[in-house]
Structures are given as structure tokens and as C-alpha cells.
Design a protein around this ligand. Structure first.
Ligand SMILES: NC(=O)c1ccc[n+]([C@@H]2O[C@H](COP(=O)([O-])OP(=O)(O)OC[C@H]3O[C@@H](n4cnc5c(N)ncnc54)[C@H](OP(=O)(O)O)[C@@H]3O)[C@@H](O)[C@H]2O)c1
Length: 313
């Protein structure tokens, strides 16, 4: 019999690729490598089987070490986990894609990547400087490459066999449609900011129709104000069903068909975020219809520059 708790083990079948993506994902945007390693090990031991990484986070080595230590203990194998990592903006030129992919695999100590994602649709000046700026402090973009060129280079990676599926991130619906229209291999996943304050229903509908999985980043609103976990609709559901507000927001993400990527360096939060249970249908409806607050917390989608937007409380 399917229990309410089974939701935490949800796997979303991959239409454009093979295998399935565990809906409960652990994000690794953690600045400190020691904290990264501890958090990844704790997440694996707690039950998370999907890890979201990126060359831009500069901590792939720490994640690789954490995974190796857990694999060596014997209970969890590489095949049991789903690893996403991302191509940074400075590597959009097709000739830079394979070296960037290989470098991520090397740092993560893995032979294959389950999903390789273009981190943002914005190409920056190619090179080792991840945040190239001109003398006025403005980002230096690269007009010599298009997103379609980069996408085709990712398609070639899939042909090589070490990249199981490919995707996009921080993309608008319009640009996603452009890629879907010209692609030989369609995106397996798109990773965007989405939570009860930014539900992105239109994007989700399009993705459902085209067999593309939505990975929700900042599913708890990055703990920023206005706090998703303090929303009265969320807190009243949490009280009613004896779960925490974070668990309500994360269960909502899975039940509407997305994967979520949550991050924590706090052991109790890591456990809490995995121990989700299904919400009753009326709670799903209340969140959709009762929450009117609308907030985008991260400005990356407009510029390619990562950053949660500081807000006064
Ligand atoms: N593609 C992109 O451009 C992009 C951009 C941003 C993020 N991402 C990915 O998405 C992942 C998640 O993003 P995010 O960090 O914004 O996720 P989030 O889970 O919405 O926010 C994380 C914050 O919430 C707190 N938190 C976690 N669990 C909690 C709980 N149960 N109760 C209360 N607070 C809790 C954490 O603090 P504690 O550490 O104290 O728990 C942390 O400050 C990133 O790691 C990264 O992999 C991708």
C-alpha cells in the first residue's frame, strides 16, 4: 500500500534521456567546502539521492570527496544517486563545453553525469575568470556564441555516453520554446526558481506537455523575507497536518510534479526536508488559490549573474 511518506521517494521518469530523477533533491550552493562535504554526507545518509552541483559553486571537489567516503562505506553506490552539474557562463563556446564537462567529472570523481545543465542562458567572455567585468564593473558578455550553439555542444556530449541527459536553467518560457523547437535532444530538465511565491504555472504546463522535468530551486524561498515558511496559508496547513512549514512547501513542490532542490547545512533541517509526507488535496488547492504574495528572490534570470536580491525586512 502507498503511504503518505512514499512521496519522499518519488522518482520522475526522464522522457528525454534514460532513468528517473529523484524528486527530493539536495542543492550544494554552500560557500564553504568543509560545510559542503559535511552537508552532502549528511544528506546522503538521510536519504537524499539527487544532488545539484555546478562548476560555479567552486565546491565540486568537496562533493566528490563526500560521495567517495559514503560509497566506500558500502551502503550507497554511484548508480543509486542522481548527479546534476552545470556548465558555467564562461564556457558556452562549443569547444569549451567538453573540457568543462570533463573537469566537473574529475572534480566530482564520477565517470558520468546524470544531467548536465547550462547554468544560465547568458554567455560571458570565455576564460578562467568566472565573473569577467569591464573597467566600469559591468559584466562582459560574449556575443560570439548563441544558446543554440551551446545546446548542440551538449547534445554531442550525450552522444559520447558519459552525459545521460541535458537541461537548461534560469530560462524564460520564450527561450525554452526556442531551444525545444531546434533541438535534436530535448531538455530532460529545466532548473528555475519556483516556490509558492513564484509558482511559474505556465512554464510548468509547457514542461509537462513536452516531457521536461522542472527542478525547483529556492523551494523555501532561500530563507529570505517575506519568508515562505512564515506564510499564514502554509503555517496553518502545517499545524493541521502536524508537519513543519518547510515540509508543506516541499511536499507541495513534489505533488505538483516538480523536483525540488533544497539546501541546508543544519542537520535537523536536512532530515526535516527529506521527511515529507503527502498533502491532502484541499491543502494543494489552498496553496494555489489562497497565496497572493508574489516574489522573485533571485535576479539571475535577467542577467546571468547569480544573486539573491537583498530586501529590507
Ligand atoms: N540554477 C540556478 O541559478 C540556481 C540558483 C540558486 C540556487 N540553485 C540551486 O538550488 C539549491 C537550493 O537553493 P536555495 O539555497 O535557495 O534553497 P532553499 O532551500 O530555498 O533555501 C536554503 C535556506 O533555507 C534554510 N533552510 C533549509 N531548510 C530549512 C528548514 N527546514 N526550515 C527553515 N529553514 C531552512 C537554509 O538554512 P540552514 O542551512 O540553516 O538550514 C538556507 O538558508 C542550491 O543549493 C543550488 O543547488 C540554483
Amino acid at each position: 500500500m502507498m503511504t503518505n511518506d512514499a512521496i519522499r521517494y518519488t522518482k520522475i521518469p526522464i522522457t528525454h534521456g534514460s532513468g528517473a530523477l529523484p524528486a527530493a533533491g539536495f542543492g550544494t550552493l554552500i560557500p564553504d567546502p568543509v560545510a559542503t562535504k559535511q552537508a552532502v554526507k549528511a544528506a546522503l545518509e538521510t536519504g537524499f539521492r539527487h544532488f545539484d552541483c555546478a562548476e560555479r559553486y567552486r565546491n565540486e571537489e568537496a562533493i566528490g570527496q563526500a560521495m567517495q567516503e559514503v560509497f566506500k562505506a558500502g551502503a550507497i553506490k554511484r548508480e543509486d544517486i542522481f548527479v546534476t552539474t552545470k556548465l558555467w557562463n564562461t564556457n558556452h563556446r562549443p569547444e569549451r563545453v567538453r573540457p568543462a564537462f570533463d573537469a566537473s567529472c574529475r572534480r566530482l570523481q564520477i565517470d558520468y553525469v546524470d544531467c548536465y545543465i547550462i547554468h544560465t542562458p547568458f554567455a560571458f567572455r570565455p576564460g578562467d575568470e568566472q565573473d569577467p567585468r569591464d573597467e566600469h564593473g559591468q559584466v562582459v558578455y560574449d556575443s560570439g556564441v548563441t544558446l543554440v550553439d551551446t545546446w548542440h555542444a551538449l547534445e554531442d556530449l550525450v552522444n559520447g555516453g558519459r552525459c545521460k541527459s541535458i537541461g537548461l536553467s534560469d530560462i524564460t518560457l520564450e527561450r525554452l520554446k526556442e531551444i525545444v523547437a531546434v533541438s535534436r535532444i530535448k531538455p530532460a530538465a529545466v532548473q528555475v526558481e519556483t516556490h509558492p511565491y513564484l509558482p511559474e504555472w505556465d512554464l510548468l504546463d509547457f514542461c509537462r506537455e513536452h516531457g521536461i522535468i522542472v527542478q525547483a530551486f529556492a523551494p523555501l524561498g532561500h530563507a529570505m523575507q517575506p519568508r515562505v515558511v512564515d506564510d499564514p496559508v502554509i503555517t496553518s496547513i502545517a499545524q493541521r497536518i502536524h508537519k513543519t512549514p518547510a515540509q508543506v512547501a516541499l511536499a507541495w513542490a513534489v505533488q505538483r510534479g516538480t523536483a525540488f532542490l533544497t539546501t541546508s547545512t543544519t542537520l535537523s533541517h536536512i532530515r526535516e526536508n527529506f521527511e515529507i509526507s503527502a498533502l491532502p488535496e484541499d491543502a494543494m488547492r489552498e496553496i494555489r488559490e489562497g497565496i497572493k504574495t508574489s516574489v522573485r528572490f533571485n535576479s539571475v534570470v535577467g542577467t546571468g549573474v547569480p544573486g539573491f536580491i537583498p530586501r529590507s525586512k
